[in-house]
Ligand binder design. Structure first.
Ligand code: HEM
Length: 325
């Protein structure tokens, strides 16, 4: 086998992020969503949907597609809350969190191959094969290392916009009861609803950063080579020249060329997977929790600051018929 290096890593991860439609993953996700909802229903309202639904449902997906044990989702997701900050001043917690999670992933890489599964196992096997061939005859070159794999896997857990997006989507829905009624009457609308919720709610936080590699004119602005540009996706998603009545949440909107999953060569490689994930999560939620509504005033939600994603610290909800007073 030739040199695999980090392109083998990218290819393997891309494969994990775009599973075949007949892989049974959607059914697996539906079963996880209902497991979580069983527990939520058992507890009764109010429940914090971030801790009990969005975070574990995202963690489950990431563990599943990467080949990590599901029971460890909490350690990975809670840690990275601190590691992926946008503050210019690093504080002790950031590096400690990264180190802890990176060490956890390294442990998973160094465990016995027979106890590994999924992409983690395949990546380790690629690395083993490459190391063997480097020790044999033939040219040598820098290959795949545990450190590279661990950094990539740890970073993916930080890219869990799925959890943040779900929270935004639920918040938008509970604030638009007419839309929820429309979805209940026609569940087939869920696919386009996810697209519209992506357009209308921005979970990805600050602008997408780009460095100009050459002097470039954008509209009437000259961007000089080397300058930082922060792309404001919200502005594009609410551009009245592209979207009629952009402020309106219209789950039947078509076409819907929103930019919430990026564009061009960095377009989110997990876009299809994330849309199915959101569709499954929201369908199960509306099915199991009738009359879903916020348990606090919307102004009481506390938004995380200085973090790569925009997300509420908690999303307490109620459901069922309101008690008569
Ligand atoms: C609803 C959920 C998600 C949203 C809204 C989202 C959004 C985005 C956006 C806007 C970009 C482009 C970044 C840029 O241009 O600088 C991106 C890239 C990326 N996303 Fe997602 N994402 C989601 C879910 C995920 C998940 C679940 C994963 C993986 C586990 C993932 C992995 C990635 C990766 C690896 C890239 C970088 C691609 C590249 O630079 O070539 N995303 N995502």
């Amino acid at each position: 086998m030739g040199n695999v290096n980090s392109s083998g890593l990218h290819a393997e991860i891309l494969k994990a992020l775009s599973p075949r439609s007949d892989s049974g993953l959607a059914e697996w996700m539906t079963a996880r969503a209902h497991d979580l909802l069983d527990e939520i229903v058992r507890q009764g309202p109010p429940v914090d949907l971030r801790d009990w639904y969005a975070a574990p449902f995202s963690g489950a997906l990431l563990c599943k597609i990467l080949g990590l044990p599901y029971r460890d989702w909490r350690q990975l997701m809670s840690g990275l809350d601190l590691a992926f900050v946008t503050s210019p001043d690093a504080y002790d917690g950031c590096t400690a969190n990264w180190d802890k999670d990176y060490a956890y992933v390294l442990d998973q890489l160094r465990t016995d191959r027979s106890r590994q599964s999924g992409p983690i196992r395949r990546l380790c096997e690629l690395k083993d094969t490459e190391q063997d061939s480097r020790h044999g005859p033939g040219p040598t070159s820098g290959g795949l290392t545990d450190a590279q794999i661990a950094a990539f896997v740890t970073s993916l857990f930080g890219a869990v916009s799925t959890s943040a997006f779900l929270l935004h989507a639920v918040l938008a829905l509970v604030r638009h009861p007419g839309t929820v009624a429309r979805l209940r009457a026609d569940p087939g609308l869920m696919e386009s609803a996810v697209g519209e919720l992506l357009r209308h709610t921005m979970s990805i936080g600050d602008g997408l950063p780009r460095i100009a590699t050459a002097d470039t004119e954008l509209g009437d602005v000259l961007i000089r080579s080397g300058e930082l540009v922060l792309v404001c996706v919200e502005a594009a998603n609410f551009d009245p020249a592209v979207f009629g009545e952009p402020e309106r949440l219209d789950i039947g909107r078509h076409p819907n060329p929103h930019l919430s999953l990026g564009a061009g060569r960095h377009y989110c490689p997990a876009s299809a997977l994330s849309c199915v994930h959101a569709r499954v999560a929201l369908t199960a939620l509306l099915e199991r929790l009738p009359d879903l509504r916020l348990a606090v005033l919307v102004d009481q939600l506390v938004w995380r600051t200085g973090y790569i994603k925009r997300l509420p610290e908690r999303l307490p909800v109620l459901w069922g018929t309101p008690a008569a007073h």
